[in-house]
Design a protein around this ligand. Structure first.
Ligand SMILES: NC(=O)C1=CN([C@@H]2O[C@H](COP(=O)(O)OP(=O)(O)OC[C@H]3O[C@@H](n4cnc5c(N)ncnc54)[C@H](OP(=O)(O)O)[C@@H]3O)[C@@H](O)[C@H]2O)[C@@H](O)CC1
Ligand SMILES: Nc1ncnc2c1ncn2[C@@H]1O[C@H](COP(=O)(O)OP(=O)(O)O)[C@@H](O)[C@H]1O
Ligand SMILES: [K+]
Length: 515
């Protein structure tokens, strides 16, 4: 499965295990890596006037010497610029010795217009901010609008965090090896990589599996087998019943967006739980979605006892304050074992998150109780900082690290939203999403996401998989819809996406939910 993402350390270990297993040695891997890059350059820029290969002192530079040798051997005018010679005896030194081009110092780098740059300065071993001659090369390439092909990663981008250290190349194409790294998907790294090509250099799946990777690129491979489809004997309650809490009379739309999305994602029944004073306005706007009054926590208990809901979403448009906290805690810890409530999961979004700003530990402790239903929280950056202020303030950690730390602390699946949404589970698994588009940045879009997540939870999908699937489906829908998207469009527009997923082999029959 090539959706695993490897940290620099894991990639180094994969390298080591592959060499130990034989027969390929380190230089062999380097030759394959360099050949993969050279093949892309030759096929994409067949009439390139001149290629400038920038080689650093480590193995990234080693790959660069291989590229330069192959390009020169193919008749391409090639110049090698180096920021320092490889360590004697290293694989890179072997690759440099095999390269017939005499390197020139990077400080003299002087590319002509319309030439191509192959950036093999630093990759997985980037250890400090780019400065001096490397920074000058970055600026020159940008000023001359040169095409840049990055080897493994654009130099200056951290493979583990996607952060820019000092400055970085903005590549048109990045060729990486064996598996992508988190920095290829997290921003701003993703944007600086351009198109990403994953090259097979002979590090086999068995070796990757031995590393037991815990980080993934979000996509159907991660959760398709768990995507619920109705069994032949399904009836609506077997397909899961979702409860969505509505805000007051002036804030009911968010709940209806969530409710509609939950229904479209396959929940057989959806009930909006509305304050008494908003019943009229909700009733005027609901058709297949049911409506029930819920003014206090005791009303939830009655609803659970009578109507057997399987998942709830609390937060969209609900309002911030004591009532929200009381509802959240009642849902998490009504004092009954989960088996008797039958609740598969909860989604806390928006105001349900913000309401615990002053006392996040109360929420985390409630979520930690062994009988608490599985919890998914879907904060955007602002909401994340309210609940996890210290984690958010840490300027060193990546978004991936932050989501993971938050999930462990809250004992919840955390969907840390944004253009590079990260989904993290308390057990350490995490997925980075990359199929979205900025069209999704529209009011109510997050309410739809929480509805999809709740709909999938209600159908028995495990929390991490449900959150990952919801994020991917939501993003895919927004990307395909494109200009003009508003949140109201999303529930219907996700139907073709769902259809394709079911046709592709989703998943688990919701009869398994019979209780
Ligand atoms: N693993 C695999 O399976 C395979 C890996 N392969 C390739 O290996 C690459 C990783 O190679 P790598 O580990 O040698 O690190 P690399 O990025 O060349 O840098 C290390 C050197 O740069 C220096 N340095 C760092 N940052 C700097 C800065 N800002 N400014 C100045 N100097 C800086 C650093 O200095 P130091 O930290 O020691 O001070 C050290 O000397 C990987 O990206 C891929 O292309 C392929 O061959 C196929 C198989
Ligand atoms: N630039 C972007 N690219 C991709 N997805 C985005 C972008 N901006 C926002 N999104 C997605 O849109 C949704 C917005 O949710 P949220 O901020 O809660 O909005 P609202 O509160 O208005 O519903 C999230 O799923 C987020 O990941
Ligand atoms: K590079």
């Amino acid at each position: 499965m090539s959706h695993e993402l490897l940290t620099s350390a894991e990639m180094g270990e994969a390298d080591r295990l592959t060499i130990a297993a034989g027969p390929t040695d380190g230089v062999g891997l380097m030759r394959r890596a360099g050949r993969a890059v050279a093949t892309e350059v030759l096929s994409r820029y067949p009439s390139a006037a001149h290629v400038h290969v920038l080689c650093g002192p480590g193995n990234n530079g080693g790959d660069g010497y291989v590229v330069a040798r192959i390009l020169a051997g193919s008749g391409v005018a090639t110049t090698v610029w180096t920021s320092g010679p490889p360590r004697p005896g290293s694989d890179a030194a072997v690759a440099a010795a095999e390269c017939p081009i005499k390197p020139r110092p990077l400080s003299d780098f002087d590319p002509g217009p319309r030439s191509i740059v192959v950036d093999a300065l630093y990759g997985a071993g980037l250890s400090k901010p780019l400065s001096g001659e490397a920074a000058r090369a970055v600026n020159l390439a940008a000023k001359l609008h040169l095409r840049v092909v990055a080897v493994d990663l654009p130099s200056g981008i951290s493979g583990d965090s996607g952060k820019v250290l000092g400055t970085s190349f903005s590549a048109d194409l990045t060729v990486t090896f064996a598996r992508k790294k988190p920095g290829h998907l997290l921003l701003p790294g993703r944007e600086r990589c351009g198109e990403i090509v994953l090259a097979d250099i002979g590090i086999v799946a068995e070796i990757i599996a031995r590393l037991q990777p815990r980080t993934f690129e979000n996509g159907p491979a991660l959760w398709l087998r768990d995507l619920p489809v109705p069994a032949i004997d399904a009836h609506k309650y077997k397909r899961g019943h979702v409860g969505v809490f509505s805000g007051g009379p002036n804030a009911t739309g968010a709940a209806r967006l969530s409710a509609l999305a939950a229904a479209r994602s396959g929940a057989g029944a959806v009930t909006v739980l509305s304050p008494g004073n908003a019943m009229q306005v909700n009733a005027a706007h609901l058709t297949s979605i049911m409506l029930r009054k819920a003014d206090e926590a005791a009303d939830i208990e009655a609803f659970v006892g009578e109507r057997r809901p399987s998942a709830f979403v609390l937060g969209p448009g609900f309002g911030i304050g004591e009532k929200t906290r009381a509802f959240a805690l009642a849902l998490l810890a009504s004092g009954k074992p989960a088996a008797s409530t039958g609740i598969d999961g909860l989604v806390f979004d928006a105001d349900a998150i913000t309401s615990f700003r002053e006392a996040p530990d109360v929420l985390f402790e409630a979520a930690r109780r062994p009988d608490a239903p599985a919890l998914v929280m879907t904060p955007h950056e602002g909401e994340f900082a309210r609940l996890f202020a210290d984690i958010a303030d840490d300027n060193v950690s990546s978004k991936l690290d932050k989501a993971r730390a938050a999930a462990a602390r809250a004992n919840a699946v955390i969907v840390y939203k944004g253009a590079d949404t990260v989904v993290a589970a308390p057990d350490g698994r995490a997925a980075i999403n990359s199929n979205g588009a900025a069209w999704l940045a529209t009011a109510g879009s997050g309410d739809v996401l929480s509805g999809i997540t709740t709909g999938l939870l209600a159908q028995g999908m495990p929390a991490f998989e449900a959150a990952c699937a919801a994020v991917w489906i939501h993003a895919e829908t927004g990307r395909r819809f494109g200009p003009g998207l508003i949140a109201e469009d999303l529930p219907l527009a996700m139907v073709p996406v769902l259809r394709e997923l079911v046709a592709a082999g989703g998943g688990r029959c919701s009869t398994a939910l019979e209780r």
